[in-house]
Design a binder for this molecule. Structure first.
Ligand SMILES: Cc1ncc(COP(=O)(O)O)c(C=O)c1O
Length: 374
């Protein structure tokens, strides 16, 4: 079976971990700092705080921009978000005791539909959550224009949180994500381009937000203070979301080779773009010249997904839609909304193996199987 996902683990990782395990210090320490410096250099923004997951990063991001709503929550406060994502994106909104307002998706990109988003900004909007689905960047300049309009109309500018869990290495207008004035959250979970075993990072637009994130990821306690002789006061309670040196050492080992991993995802995607273009009834997603996807997954839209999936399965190719729409879950029933694009497109989305483990021969087999069955 050609897997849809596989772990990209550096051969140097076991020795790096062994060194930490034998060092007498395995918690958050020098390796975490080294990993953060290296991530900051790769992104081009040094304001990085590593965490134990992207899920933690999304919880923290919403806390930074919207608070937890205070006692009893903010009964009116809404976060605009996409339903086509991993549940982690949206459950962070609920955890911060805010309401979800679903925004429809753009069928061309599978990202949020920015026109629908513009229509749904209101005085109740506390934040906007966007997901760079599959690693394909949202049009961040258009989003800025929408925020300018909202500011002129309502007198405030909702904060944007970019869920970049799929998007390590993706660029928008020539710069890596994490550089566009918003909070951006990356995932280093097992099957991402860059894995630290499990882990994530929050990347901040200002020094002040960075400092606050660093405090709130560990109870609100300043780890740089002399906690024995002069224990620091906690001004704002925080979480236990930090990364440890074991995970950081895995992340550092993998960071050294991540550009090769990313390049192979992109090569395989370019092959599919070429070989699958123009097949009637099979729609690829948009490619705009001003952004470069990380192609964590390779989504396409097919008419009869069930028989497509059966055919691929019979040919030894693992395929999946990867993420189920989030808005149909019982726990978010109260936020249900009419989402015509999602309704039409979600049942047709399917992803084929595109990662660095997919060989030339295997990607050829994927294309042949699709063409033969058409
Ligand atoms: C879009 C999206 N956001 C958030 C997450 C959560 O990432 P993590 O597993 O690092 O918490 C995922 C996980 O795959 C994801 O796909």
């Amino acid at each position: 079976m050609i897997p849809l996902f596989s772990v990209s683990m550096s051969a140097d990782a076991p020795a790096a971990v062994a060194q930490i395990l034998g060092s007498g210090r395995i918690g958050q320490g020098a390796k975490v700092e080294e990993f953060e410096r290296a991530l900051g250099a790769a992104i081009g923004n040094p304001r990085v705080a590593t965490l134990n997951s992207a899920t933690a990063g999304l919880h923290l991001a919403l806390r930074l921009v919207a608070g937890d709503g205070g006692p009893g929550g903010d009964p009116e406060g809404e976060v605009l978000s996409t339903p086509l994502t991993m549940e982690a994106t949206n459950w962070a909104i609920l955890a911060n005791r805010l309401r979800i307002r679903w925004v429809d998706i753009d069928p061309a990109t599978l990202n949020v539909d920015l026109d629908d988003l513009a229509r749904k900004i209101s005085p109740r909007t506390r934040a906007i959550m966007v997901v760079h689905f599959a690693g394909y960047p949202v049009d961040l300049d258009r989003l800025e224009e929408i925020l300018d309009e909202a500011e002129a109309r309502f007198g405030f500018r909702p904060a944007v949180i970019e869920d970049s869990a799929h998007a390590w290495g993706a660029t928008y207008r020539g710069r890596p994500l994490g550089n566009h004035g918003n909070i951006s959250v990356f995932s280093f979970q097992a099957i991402k381009h860059l894995t630290s075993g499990d882990g994530g990072a929050i990347v901040l637009p200002t020094d002040e937000a960075h400092e606050r994130a660093r405090l709130l990821r560990w109870f609100g306690i300043d780890r740089t203070a002399d906690r024995l002789r002069n224990p620091p006061d906690v001004l704002e309670w925080g979480f236990k979301f930090h990364m440890n040196d074991i995970n950081a050492s895995i992340g550092l080992a993998n960071l050294a080779g991540v550009d090769r991993v990313l390049a192979r995802h992109r090569e395989n995607a370019a092959f599919y773009d070429r070989e699958l273009a123009g097949i009637p009834g099979l729609e690829l997603t948009e490619r705009a010249g001003d952004r470069e996807s990380s192609f964590w997954i390779y989504p396409m839209k097919v008419e009869d997904r069930e028989s497509f999936m059966k055919r691929m399965d019979d040919a030894g190719i693992m395929v999946s839609n990867v993420h189920e729409r989030n808005d149909l879950h019982t726990c978010v029933r109260e936020y249900s909304a009419l989402l015509p694009n999602l309704e039409r497109v979600a049942p047709r989305v399917v992803c084929v193996p595109v990662g660095s483990w997919v060989t030339d021969e295997q990607r050829g087999h994927v294309v042949d199987t699709i063409r033969k069955g058409w």
